[in-house]
Design a protein around this ligand. Sequence first.
Ligand SMILES: NC(=O)C1=CN([C@@H]2O[C@H](COP(=O)(O)OP(=O)(O)OC[C@H]3O[C@@H](n4cnc5c(N)ncnc54)[C@H](OP(=O)(O)O)[C@@H]3O)[C@@H](O)[C@H]2O)C=CC1
Ligand SMILES: O=C(O)[C@@H]1CCC=N1
Length: 259
Amino acid sequence: MKIAVIGAGAMGGAVASGLCAAGCDYKITVSNPSAGHLKPLKEMGIAVTSDNTVAVRDADIVILAVKPWIIESVIAEIRPVLDYSRQTVAAIVAGVPGRQLCEWFLKDSELPQLMIVMPNTAMEVGSSMTFIVPVNAGEASVSAVEGIFNSLGTSMVIDEAHLPAATALASCGIAYAMRYVRASVEGGVELGFKASQAQQIVLETLKGAVALLQRPGSHPESEIDKVTTPGGLTIRGLNEMEHAGFTSSVVRGLKACVK
Ligand SMILES: NC(=O)C1=CN([C@@H]2O[C@H](COP(=O)(O)OP(=O)(O)OC[C@H]3O[C@@H](n4cnc5c(N)ncnc54)[C@H](OP(=O)(O)O)[C@@H]3O)[C@@H](O)[C@H]2O)C=CC1
Ligand SMILES: O=C(O)[C@@H]1CCC=N1
């Protein structure tokens, strides 16, 4: 299967390099105006070009990975050369509704197989939580796009109404998770560990927490109950974090992100 990736930044670059690193059998061409982002991809053996129309011409699946304010002009550029009868478009774009994409893609009253895809930066390491929103897409094209993003982590097909929340939790969520790590490392340094040691401790602890929660029937509160000795140390720390607004600030941050 041939894939064109338009835009070689954080998302487009991670799709291409991630698929390549995973040893996938896709023939990938990446297009980007400046050469800087293309160089490492070219070194991995990926075909590169600065011409979007060249990249999409032969592709079975076109992945758009440009900033939201650029996507309209990119669609206008590639629309004349796209063959809607055989090509699927997956748009990685935040905050652009499906109906708007349909308006921009409409050609002779036709649309391509079209979906919005929302990954996160962990595609780079094959661990993205990716959402797929079918906008105008049948089973075969959704399953082809699922195949791509399952090679880069885990994918979930959702409806568009859930996309803002999904974006907040998983795409932006990577940054929120990083902030928890940074905060814990800073605390660890103040308590006497070197930053590198503190980071290792925090990451291993998070790995353990994830593994505990991934067991069937597991729940965060029951895991917390096992740690919090009555009158003990853990509950003092937890309650202090809650007095400072821990849960509330996470919920408020997610809601602000969706707004
Ligand atoms: N970053 C993230 O975590 C996430 C981003 N998204 C969405 O992904 C999309 C891409 O974001 P992101 O990868 O972060 O952005 P980047 O700025 O990292 O990458 C965008 C890339 O598009 C290139 N570009 C600019 N103009 C054109 C053009 N006319 N044709 C082809 N390529 C072009 C840029 O090239 P140059 O730099 O040379 O100008 C750049 O390499 C956005 O719509 C964003 O909303 C979705 C989920 C998560
Ligand atoms: O912050 C943003 O707008 C993009 C969308 C999701 C993650 N980054």
